[in-house]
Design a protein around this ligand. Structure first.
Ligand code: AKG
Ligand code: FE2
Length: 494
């Protein structure tokens, strides 16, 4: 009834005509009209559904292709593809680590990575004295590494002797064979030059800017700058990781080491202390002074030093991201890169003038190029200065500096000397990585710790060298430098 009324109401003219035919055609047309309406509805719904599905498919496609293109641009999604992480998550990953180190969480998550590195290096060393240590790599490599370290900054050393020991005891002869084979089959690659170019990272356009020498010179050294090479979050994550690692490691007092007894004497004189030092004050076989004396000296030196913490490739997801980005930007090959080092400079601290490679070094396993990224602005001071080139660079958060220390023939360029100006106001943080001219088997692997000086596990060290132009630096890891220096310069301990 309702329906009738409704139709009637809708078609009043047709019903008013009165004849059957007309009535019939009126009903027919009403039916047609109804059918048309429902057909229209079906067509409308179907089109709507098709459009919706279309949108969904398009959306998925876009998502995929964006990921794919950023893959090519900065390598970030290489990591995303593997494990579904986003970069921001990686920052919190760095920050979230158990002990604040960049590496610890990664090690925890992937024990195989953690085990792999020290095992390869520590197997023989555990049964030999440090001075006799012969790693599984060809011995010349290690010799070179040691002699390089004796002259330049401290770059090597292992983190946990205890860990190395654990691994060593579980090492089967099968592993040894594998490692020996790996060492034998290692093919060195040469890195003769870098070629900086523009890259895109997360929508940031990063063109290299060449800093031209302000003094005429005939060196091959070229210095390039990239602003925003690292994002704010990346810088923050690295600084937090470094800070918490320094805090944790500083629970144990450092042992303080000197390049010569003269340097120690000068430090004591500056502190206006009347203390006579003799070779007996050093821990036998090293240039480091014992725990009690180290503690006293820390006070006298007022802990005036920069702090360096290290992480090795594979110990953090960030290392992958960083090395990929560096490769894209500069063509510096990841396999020629060593450890990553974060350094912080409190107010009043700088770092001596030095070259990152060793002048007149016949060995090609030396630092061909350096990348240095400032993790924070510095209010005043803290510039990186190249005195021979007349170049100096102000720290800016995310800014990267990259330069070559060696020429294409593998010669260390004396004119690549640089220093870190004293921080007048603020706190400076940098991330550095060195790329080697000729790489070697153990490059980029965390080395085992030396046994000397005898010390509590986890003890940090401070190196003070070359008093006049020098500075002290705290390290979270040990290397062989003090042992080599000791052997080479024992005569100075008179
Ligand atoms: O901090 C800087 O600006 C330079 C540091 C440096 O050259 C180094 O640690 O080798
Ligand atoms: Fe340097």
């Amino acid at each position: 009834m309702k329906q009738q009324n409704k139709s009637r109401h809708r078609k009043p003219n047709l019903q008013q005509n009165g004849n059957d035919k007309e009535k019939h055609s009126s009903v027919q047309s009403e039916k047609d009209s109804k059918n048309r309406v429902s057909l229209e509805l079906v067509i409308f719904r179907t089109s709507f559904a098709i459009i919706l599905v279309g949108f969904l498919v398009y959306g998925l496609y876009m998502n995929y292709s964006v990921a794919k293109s950023s893959d090519r641009v900065d390598g970030r999604t290489v990591v995303q593809r593997d494990d579904g992480d986003t970069f921001v998550e990686l920052d919190s990953d760095i920050d979230d680590t158990e002990d604040g180190t960049v590496s610890s969480k990664e090690q925890q998550r992937k024990p195989s990575v953690k085990q792999e590195i020290p095992v390869k290096l520590s197997e023989k060393s555990e049964t030999e004295t440090p001075t006799e240590k012969k790693p599984l790599q060809p011995s010349k490599t290690d010799q070179t590494q040691k002699s390089r370290l004796s002259k330049s900054q401290n770059q090597n050393g292992g983190k946990s002797q205890k860990n190395n020991k654990q691994k060593t005891t579980t090492l089967s002869s099968g592993n040894v064979k594998e490692i020996e084979k790996e060492v034998e089959e290692f093919k060195a690659t040469y890195l003769k030059k870098m070629s900086p170019k523009k890259i895109f990272v997360d929508g940031r356009r990063l063109p290299p800017v060449e800093l031209l020498p302000q003094k005429p010179n005939n060196s091959s050294v070229r210095v390039f700058l990239y602003d925003e090479f690292l994002s704010e979050q990346e810088c923050d994550g690295l600084m937090r990781a470094h800070d918490s690692h320094v805090k944790e490691s500083s629970k144990i007092n450092p042992l303080i080491c000197f390049d010569t007894i003269e340097t120690l004497r000068k430090h004591i004189k500056t502190a206006r202390k009347k203390v006579k030092v003799t070779p007996a004050d050093f821990i036998p076989g090293t240039f480091c002074v014992n725990e009690t004396f180290s503690r006293q000296l820390s006070g006298w030196l007022k802990s005036n030093w920069s702090y360096s913490t290290a992480f090795y490739p594979g110990e953090s997801k960030f290392s992958k991201i960083m090395e990929f980005r560096v490769k894209e930007a500069t063509q510096l090959l990841p396999e020629n890169g060593g450890k990553f080092q974060i350094t912080s400079y409190p107010q009043g601290i700088g770092y001596k003038t030095h070259t990152d490679c060793i002048e007149d070094n016949a060995d090609e396993r030396d630092r061909m190029a350096t990348i240095l990224v400032y993790l924070q602005d510095v209010e005043d001071g803290g510039e990186t200065k190249f005195p021979e080139l007349g170049i100096w660079v102000k720290p800016r958060k995310g800014r990267a500096l990259v330069w070559n220390n060696m020429n294409e023939e593998g010669k260390c360029e004396a004119l690549s000397v640089h220093n870190a100006a004293k921080v007048n106001k603020g706190h400076k943080y940098i991330l550095q990585r060195w790329y080697y001219y000729k790489n070697f088997y153990s490059l980029g692997k965390r080395p085992p710790e030396p046994e000397l000086p005898v010390r509590a596990s986890g003890t940090p060290r401070v190196n003070c060298d070359e008093y006049e132009k020098g500075s002290c630096r705290w390290y979270d890891e040990w290397n062989y430098e003090h042992l080599v220096d000791y052997r080479n310069q024992r005569i100075n301990l008179k």
